[in-house]
Design a binder for this molecule. Structure first.
Ligand code: FES
Length: 106
């Protein structure tokens, strides 16, 4: 049986420019929310899967977020690891925008 998570407000939608990342912490977990060049929002786990470094400090380029420590890279739309030394995919989360707020489903 699939248990659907709850929608949690993460930030104001205008808090992020295109190709910008935002750190969101919730109940002991951490996430990174990214706004794409097309203006869509995505959310994945906040820590790089190589070492425990937060991705929100990394550069967003197109649909890629680069880890600030060793420059591993992830596709933030899916969480897929795209460049070594990061080789383990991150979990991605559903996102919606309502009333000027970005929500992620946890
Ligand atoms: S900590 Fe992210 S690539 Fe090493």
């Amino acid at each position: 049986m699939t248990i659907l998570g709850q929608w949690v407000a993460a930030c104001a939608s205008d808090a992020l420019e295109q190709e910008e990342a935002f750190r969101f912490d919730h109940e002991g977990r951490t996430f990174v929310i990214v706004r794409s060049p097309e203006g869509e929002y995505f959310a994945i786990d906040g820590h790089c899967s190589h070492e425990k470094v937060h991705l929100a400090g990394g550069i967003v380029d197109g649909h890629i977020i680069e880890c600030p420590k060793h420059f591993g890279a992830f596709d933030y739309r899916s969480g897929e690891a795209r460049r070594l030394p990061a080789c383990i995919d991150l979990r991605s989360y559903d996102v919606k925008v309502e009333s000027g707020m970005v929500f992620i489903r946890l």
